[in-house]
Design a binder for this molecule. Structure first.
Ligand code: HEC
Length: 146
């Protein structure tokens, strides 16, 4: 191989690598945004179901949301701090353990909620405590004002 060819081949490999990397960052950021939006939609559906005491129908949605939060734990790698209109704050990576703990708590609380609604008298209050409050607790510290 001539020196020039070697340079070209190296360049092409490097350029492709960068492209692949850029795509995966885009996929990760867009992927986590989509999951948060889905959780929001699911949360609203849960509210409607609980209003009409449809407890058994609400349970699978709670489990789905819990699983989504677990997946989200893997959606904040170091290389996804900026770009693609992310609202994720740098404080996430400065306090990764705390951030992950809040995500894990949000996930665990959805499973607790699925149990609690069997006996709770005030469904709205228990949903607020075990679901909605976790959204704001995390957003206050780790999501940019929007
Ligand atoms: C442990 C942290 C955490 C919890 C818990 C959490 N969020 Fe978020 N949420 C974030 C972060 C960080 C972002 C910004 C993601 C980005 O833009 O990359 C976000 C973004 C969003 C978005 C915007 C998505 C988009 O398309 O840009 C919505 C909607 C949302 N969250 C709703 C909720 C709701 C509703 C709950 C509770 C039921 C919730 N979140 C719980 C951290 C959290």
């Amino acid at each position: 191989m001539t020196k020039l060819k070697l340079i070209i081949v190296t360049f092409v490999i490097f350029a492709n690598f960068n492209l692949l990397n850029a795509q995966s960052v885009e996929e990760i950021i867009k992927g986590r945004k989509a999951m948060f939006s889905e959780n929001y939609q699911t949360g609203k559906k849960i509210s409607i179901l609980l209003k009409s005491k449809k407890i058994e129908e609400a349970k699978p949605l709670m489990k789905k949301m819990s699983a989504n939060y677990k997946k989200l734990l893997d959606y904040f790698p170091e290389n996804t701090k900026e770009g693609f209109k992310t609202e994720a704050l740098p404080s996430i990576w400065e306090n990764k353990d705390e951030f992950n703990a809040l995500m894990q708590k949000a996930s665990d609380d959805m499973l607790k909620l699925a149990k609690a609604i069997e006996t709770a008298e005030d469904l709205r209050a228990v949903q607020k405590e075990l679901m909605w409050s976790n959204c704001s607790a995390c957003h206050n510290r780790f999501r940019a004002p929007h």
